[in-house]
Design a protein around this ligand. Structure first.
Ligand code: HSE
Length: 403
């Protein structure tokens, strides 16, 4: 018998309890043992809640109970969640989490503590919500040299970009609509500025490389500068715009990781991922291209991924489920050395000068008065910024083109 405690009875935590209770037969069968909910930790009271009987307010009740072998951390943040996770692992309790911020910030340290205490730190739900992606990279693709991971890793921004394209709407209007629908947070900055996606690609990159990629050191650009005019020009090039998290190995063997909006050909499988859906495109040197698609957020999809980890934890009580992720910082190639083709939207009267500065590109047409858009050949970031400095505020926007 395995007893489970859930830390934090919010959206994901209540989903975890629901999956363990409602799907108990399947959870037990696949665990090979009885799996029982024992505690829910929350500061709040939930009078009348069907699972009120599990509620405790003191973390030590869970920590000191040797019958609890698996703990689900669904609190979020890097404060109490970090302390509680550490303490549980030090006691030999496996911790399953959806907390991408904590995994990105302290993942390798917590994995090491788990290893030293014959338990596991499992985080399938931290990237892509209900989409299986951590386990495919760690297990199903274990024999691969992974060459690249490219993901639509944030549902809020994917919803906003999809609606901007479909409804020819302005960013601010769609953001308000997404907030009204509950897709975007009241403070949406981590999503729209790309930090949420940066944490997720940092976790995936760390698994790809086996070394730690610090999310704070990843070049990160959000979607706040994208306009309906950009989508109008993108349509002429048969492209759309997506916020991508990218991790790849450069030709000289250095890892390069970044988050930015990209123009992407409409025929690419990632271009077809719309609304709040996420998708991750993984290329291995033997298997070639693979893609993982589904709901990247939400109560039950995320809870389902946490519960898959609960089952893994229940199967491995007293043992460590290994994870190839060393507590050593990966030496990333500087983003300034990257090269891309750029889409540049510019005031019409400066377009000839742009073509002179970066020849060999092509102009796009759209019904946008007084403006032109130009797709450059592949150039370095440095070349783009030199050109932008020369043209000043004649440049209205720019988006890299995914190739
Ligand atoms: N805010 C995140 C998103 C939630 O929009 O994808 C899931 O991490």
């Amino acid at each position: 018998m395995v007893n489970v405690a859930v830390l934090g009875y919010g959206t994901v935590g209540s989903g975890v309890v629901q999956v363990i209770e409602d799907n108990n037969e399947v959870v037990c069968k696949k665990s090979g043992t009885d799996v029982k909910m024992k505690y829910i930790l929350d500061l709040r009271d939930f009078p009348g809640d069907p699972y009120e009987k599990y509620l405790v307010h003191d973390f030590n009740t869970i920590l000191e109970d040797d019958e609890v072998q698996v703990v689900c951390e669904t609190m979020g943040g890097v404060g109490a969640a970090y302390q509680f996770t550490k303490q549980c692992l030090e006691k030999g309790k496996t911790v399953c989490t959806s907390n991408k911020e904590l995994v990105a910030k302290h993942g390798p340290e917590l994995l090491e503590i788990a290893k030293n205490n014959n338990c596991s730190y499992l985080f399938e739900a931290s990237v892509g919500g209900g989409i299986p992606i951590i386990r495919p990279i760690m297990d199903a693709l274990a024999a691969e040299k992974i060459e690249s991971i490219i993901g639509i890793l944030n549902g809020t921004t994917n919803y906003i970009l999809t609606k901007m394209e479909q409804d020819k709407a302005a960013f601010e209007d769609v953001l308000k609509e997404a907030q009204a629908l509950g897709y975007a947070e009241r403070d949406p900055s981590a999503d729209i500025q790309g930090h949420d996606a940066a944490r997720k690609i940092a976790i995936l990159s760390s698994l790809m490389l086996g070394e730690t990629v610090d999310s704070d050191k990843i070049y990160t650009e959000g979607i706040t500068g994208i306009t309906a005019d950009d989508f109008a020009f993108a349509a002429d090039a048969k492209q759309t715009i997506k916020l991508l998290g990218v991790s790849k190995v450069t030709e000289d063997g250095k890892p390069l990781t970044y988050v930015a909006p990209f123009m992407i050909d409409k025929s690419h499988p990632l271009a077809m991922v719309n609304d709040v859906f996420n998708a991750i495109f993984v290329t291995g040197n033997m298997v070639g291209n693979t893609m993982y698609y589904g709901k990247g957020a939400g109560k039950l999809p995320t809870a389902s991924a946490v519960c898959a980890d609960v089952i893994d934890g229940a199967r491995h009580v007293g043992k460590n489920v290994p994870c190839y992720w060393e507590n050593k910082e990966a030496a990333l190639a500087p983003f300034s050395e990257a090269s891309h083709s750029f889409y540049i939207r510019i005031k019409a009267d400066a377009s000839a000068e742009l073509e002179k500065l970066i020849p060999g590109g092509k102009f796009l047409t759209a019904d946008v008065a007084g403006q032109k858009a130009y797709i450059t050949p592949v150039i370095t970031e440095k070349k783009y910024y030199e050109t932008a400095a020369t043209l000043g505020d004649a440049i209205l926007s720019r988006v890299r083109v995914y190739q």
